[in-house]
Design a protein around this ligand. Structure first.
Ligand code: UGA
Length: 466
């Protein structure tokens, strides 16, 4: 099938490359000429596993890039809108890019098209897209508007697209649903998984995935409600972790106990310094705004957001507990990205903590395998320097802080770390280590929701004063 994907950001680029992988002819449209040229040259502008391979595989055949929206619309049966929906000042989603694309599409329709929202949008958006297109001259019988949300996680977006837990199609007419079903036939029908060149099946994947058909409105709600629920799980376990700390329990044991209930499940119950990224923070406030507009005061979401913000303060409290005075301290920071496996620092809780520590007068040597240059664009304070390795950052530091769950941070050589640090103190915002093992290696270890670990016979390192 001939498809256009408008917007070559994270969702658009991954969806475009994956649709080409499924055998469709895809035109990716972007209004940034530099980005289009870079993509035509074969550059992958985001850090995403398997994406470079897919771009290389399809770039000269089924996948092309252009700035010409009208031509792409005319050449395609289905047009996916995957442009940004950033937060406006009041927390609601800013839909001006979506509106401008809808206007652009309207003028170029001469045969039946399905216009699909892929961006995360509030529940009334498909109606508005339809209205805007009609106002701009699109013949009503020549198009339908549908919703088909993505559930991609950064870092594993390609695998998430090709091995999804489910595919959601929100269509209000039979012909529109039929077209969208065809787009996903290689996945829902299972033929993709038999292809010799298919990307490796992830561990927990269920193939073929179920295809869920709903109305456009239900589908729009599914996306917001899913992200809000996942964020709620994280804030829930972070609140439980705080109680664990107060009473001397261990949140990991609690998670094992509650997560093994199949009604709850163990995923997204990792306590830490709170969720970040380009999706959860923005989608929570947008969903809250949607609820308010529809007359529902969804105060549960306020609480999810409040707990999340508090988590950073709780972490800073641990740094104070271990070091007393922060001013003038030299700290090693491992991780700047909002989570491991990505170079994305948008709404990164790690960056927020680094900024707070700089405000307190700390000097910071940070190491991140991918996100250092993006962080340097945001924080220009001279007291933040970037190291080339975890051990380089740790050199003569008063304490080491783990802020992002990169796999390599969970595999450090502990004796080398101990030698590099000025004081053997590790404060782990991601619970990457076993506290007992850290104490055995002579390290004071503070983590989230678990008892502090202090090496034996190191009275100088105890935290009793706090
Ligand atoms: C999230 C959703 O997981 C995707 O399903 C969704 O498609 C995407 O948003 C989106 O709306 O586009 P993503 O933002 O890439 O994906 O990242 P996640 O892996 O969900 O992590 C979000 C944040 O929560 C990170 O800061 C992560 O460190 C944190 N987190 C996650 C925890 O603190 N604990 C957990 O147990 C899981």
């Amino acid at each position: 099938m001939k498809l256009a994907v408008v917007g070559s950001g994270h969702v658009g680029l991954v969806a475009g490359a994956c649709f080409a992988e499924l055998g469709h002819e895809v035109i990716l449209v972007d209004n940034d000429p530099a980005r289009v040229t870079a993509l035509q040259r074969g550059e992958a502008p985001i850090h995403e596993q398997f994406l470079p391979e897919l771009l290389e595989r399809h770039r000269h055949t089924r996948l092309s890039f252009t700035g010409d929206l009208a031509a792409a619309v005319q050449a395609s049966r289905v047009i996916f809108i995957a442009v940004g929906t950033p937060p406006a000042e009041d927390g609601a989603a800013d839909l001006s890019y979506v509106e401008s694309v809808a206007r652009g599409i309207a003028g170029s329709i001469h045969s039946y098209k399905v216009v699909v929202e892929k961006s995360t949008v509030p529940v009334y958006t498909s109606n508005w897209i339809r209205t805007i297109m009609l106002r701009n001259g699109a013949p009503p019988e020549l198009f339908d508007v549908a919703s088909n949300p993505e559930f991609l996680r950064e870092g594993s977006a390609v695998a998430d697209f090709l091995f999804p837990d489910r595919i959601v199609i929100g269509a209000d007419t039979v012909r529109c649903a039929t077209v969208l079903r065809d787009c996903y036939l290689p996945l829902a029908g299972g033929s993709y998984y038999l292809c010799p060149g298919a990307i490796p099946t992830p561990d927990q994947a269920q193939v073929p995935p179920p295809l869920i058909e709903t109305t456009a409105k239900s589908s729009e709600l599914i996306k917001h409600a899913s992200n809000a629920f996942l964020a709620m799980k994280i804030s829930y376990i972070n609140a439980v972790a705080s109680i664990c700390e107060s009473v001397g329990a261990n949140v990991e044991q609690v998670v094992r106990g509650i997560g093994s209930d199949s009604r709850i499940g163990p995923r997204f119950l990792r306590p830490g310094i709170g969720y970040g990224g380009s999706c959860f923070p923005k989608d929570l406030t947008a969903f809250r705004a949607v609820a308010r507009e529809s007359g529902c005061d969804f105060r549960l979401l306020d609480e999810v957001i409040r707990i999340n913000e508090e988590q950073r303060q709780r972490f800073l409290g641990k740094v104070r507990k271990a070091l007393w005075i922060l001013k003038g301290k030299r700290l090693a920071v491992l991780g700047l990205a909002f989570k491991g496996g990505t170079d994305d620092v948008r709404e990164s809780p790690a960056l927020a903590i680094v900024q707070a520590l700089l405000r307190e007068g700390c000097e910071i040597a940070a190491y991140d395998p991918a996100a250092a240059s993006r962080a340097a664009e945001i924080i220009t304070d001279q007291r933040l320097t970037f190291a080339k390795s975890a051990y380089g950052a740790a050199e003569q530091a008063d304490a080491l802080l783990i802020l992002t769950d990169w796999e390599e941070f969970a595999e450090l050589d502990l004796s080398r770390l101990h030698t590099a640090l000025r004081y053997p103190i590790v404060i782990d915002g991601r619970n990457l280590y076993d506290p007992e093992k850290m104490a055995e290696n002579g390290l004071v270890y503070l983590s989230m929701g678990r008892p502090d670990a202090i090496p034996e016979k190191r009275t100088d390192l105890n935290l009793k004063a706090a």
